[in-house]
Design a protein around this ligand. Structure first.
Ligand code: BG6
Length: 315
């Protein structure tokens, strides 16, 4: 029998860290850590965990949790004095008790978190901000992350940032996965000094390390997992770019918090704003959303399953 939706704060036994567990009436659930504001678990109505978290992930500052959805702010990548992928993913967020009204309607099953500039951050990134993150689970089990970043500086100066929802999806076999929606786009290849290239072929497939930023991608991308007969649909707003990453065998071995063979069962695809940094004037707020859903798929001769198409149009 279907229950009711709930949001519960618990201390995780294994990690000792506080997290929120969101449960929807039809069986889907999400876990969000205050550490990093990071979603680590998302189970759909059919009971499948759709996100990857490494067996070797450490849940200890200053390291970010290896997996789930990392919030990369105020930068993706590694530039200047800021740490790689910014500081938001390895800070303790707080519960936002009374967030300002949302410009868009979201599900009632949600949690609001907030991160503000700390004295430590101000030394390396001297801008005052308020970062509000809403993690919501829709009645049919879709996971919606909405970020609102506001410039609250009193110095009258704008600031710039880049951003990504660095999303680790769980896949059955990386060599059987294809990503659609990115074909023919330009991308920056991190493996070739950020050279700008153009994607060839009718879909993105994986046979070796991939570390790319696709530019000006469409609002919907699909990740087709043949073996699991599952399609993950990613919808984005306010975030033009898409990060795609798989470390493959050599880099996997070099990462202490990642299993040697785990690259076979994960794929990072996440909405981002990288090529053109966001500029925020004092008092202004930016909003960026990523919504993911999982639907059963069958894929043959270049045609998407009608059910997938229906869901893509009705989300
Ligand atoms: C990707 C970067 O986005 O994230 C890669 O382009 C990097 O270069 C990967 O290796 C993981 O980064 P991190 O900091 O979580 O190990």
């Amino acid at each position: 029998m279907a229950g009711t939706a709930s949001v519960e704060r618990v201390k995780d036994r294994a990690t000792g860290l506080d997290k929120f567990v969101l449960r929807e009436a039809r069986g889907s659930s999400v876990e969000v850590y205050l550490y990093g504001g990071q979603v680590t678990f998302w189970k759909n109505n059919f009971g499948h965990q759709l996100l990857f978290v490494s067996n070797k992930a450490t849940f200890k500052p200053p390291k970010a949790i290896r997996g789930g959805i990392q919030i990369c702010f105020p930068q993706l990548g590694s530039h200047g004095a800021l740490e790689q992928h910014g500081f938001a993913r390895n800070q303790y967020w707080s519960v936002d008790e009374s967030p300002p009204p949302f410009p868009v309607a979201t599900s009632n099953c949600h949690i609001d978190l907030i991160l503000k500039s700390s004295q430590e951050d101000l030394k390396i990134w001297p801008h005052s901000y308020e970062f509000r993150l809403r993690v919501a689970l829709s009645p049919r089990g879709d996971l919606i992350l909405t970020s609102r970043i506001k410039n609250v500086s009193s110095d009258g100066k704008p600031f710039q940032f880049t951003f990504a929802y660095h999303t680790y999806f769980s896949v059955s076999d990386i060599s059987e996965v294809r990503v659609e929606g990115l074909e023919t786009l330009d991308y920056l290849d991190n493996l070739q000094s950020k050279n700008r290239c153009t994607e060839q072929g009718d879909a993105v497939v994986f046979e070796s390390e991939v570390d790319k930023i696709y530019l000006s991608a469409p609002p919907k991308i699909v990740i087709i997992d043949h073996e699991k007969k599952r399609t993950l649909v990613l919808r984005k707003e306010g975030l033009p770019d898409v990060v795609v990453w798989n470390p493959w065998d050599k880099k996997a071995k070099a990462m202490p918090d990642f299993g040697d063979d785990e690259y076979k069962n994960m794929l990072c695809v996440g909405a981002a704003a990288i090529e053109k940094p966001i500029t925020l004037k004092p008092g202004k707020e930016w909003l960026g959303t990523q919504e993911i859903s999982a639907v059963p798929s069958s894929y043959s001769s270049g045609q998407l399953d009608p059910e997938v198409i229906r869901r893509m149009h009705t989300i």
